[in-house]
Write a protein that binds this ligand. Structure first.
Ligand code: SF4
Length: 235
């Protein structure tokens, strides 16, 4: 540690869903440079001067739970934005926990050195790479995402690739195009996540949501592209 501890904006002490098949604690790291309309955690987008939660206190709590928990998952915001994430991962590994990372694939150069220390990565692909700015609000955001996905796949780490689906952002034809691109890149575990209004600050997106989207016809085209495919609704 260089004296700047991880900036933690939230913490879930027990989760059965964030690390597949394991009981995990989830650490929400502050900071994200993108502005997706469907973001559930807009309060984590800014990095505040003082960390709302103390990383050293959380780490001490994790140490007391060795044997009760299997894993620790870092998410955000975008956890790779924090320059001390690698140190935090090493500290958690030293306690014997498996380590997971949820990332939006924003910083490939920060992600790559972390991959060998991770047991599992849940990563978002938001749209066809050329159309990323329509979701993130940030020009050029598709290229770092593509580079990150290629690095994750090349690393051999266990993973799940996910896309949040809203009919106004990803119509069926675009979604099928995206799935085909990912399958072509070698993604073998893909999940679609239904848009959730909970926590979403974009009223237009909430109003335009369609229950049950994407429908069975679209899913029937996408599912066979992947050895493992999940449609997650009401998650
Ligand atoms: S990348 Fe994730 S944390 Fe950042 S704005 Fe988008 S949904 Fe929110």
């Amino acid at each position: 540690m260089d004296g700047r501890p991880l900036k933690v904006g939230g913490y879930t002490p027990f989760s059965t869903t964030d690390y597949p098949g394991h009981l995990s604690a989830v650490v929400f790291v502050q900071g994200c440079p993108w502005r997706c309309g469907y973001c559930h955690n807009p309060h984590l987008q800014q990095r505040t001067r003082d960390s709302p939660l103390s990383w050293s206190a959380l780490l001490a709590g994790l140490e007391r739970r060795v044997g009760l928990l299997d894993a620790v998952v870092f998410c955000g915001g975008e956890a790779t934005m924090d320059p001390t994430l690698g140190d935090a991962i090493a500290q958690v590994r030293a306690l014997g926990f498996k380590v997971g990372l949820e990332t939006a694939c924003i910083y490939p150069d920060r992600l790559k050195p972390l991959l060998q220390a991770l047991d599992w990565v849940g990563f978002d692909v938001k749209a066809p790479f050329a159309r990323y700015a329509e979701i993130t609000g940030v020009a050029g955001s598709g290229e770092p995402a593509r580079e990150s996905v290629e690095a994750i796949l090349a690393s051999g780490v266990d993973y799940e690739c996910r896309t949040t689906v809203h009919p106004a952002q990803l119509p069926a034809a675009t979604l099928i195009e995206l799935a085909a691109t990912l399958a072509g890149m070698g993604v073998n575990n893909y999940a679609l996540q239904e848009f959730r209004a909970t926590g979403c600050a974009d009223e237009a997106l909430v109003a335009a949501a369609i229950a049950g989207y994407p429908g069975g016809d679209t899913l029937a085209k996408i599912a066979p592209m992947f050895p493992r495919f999940t449609m997650r609704r009401g998650h």
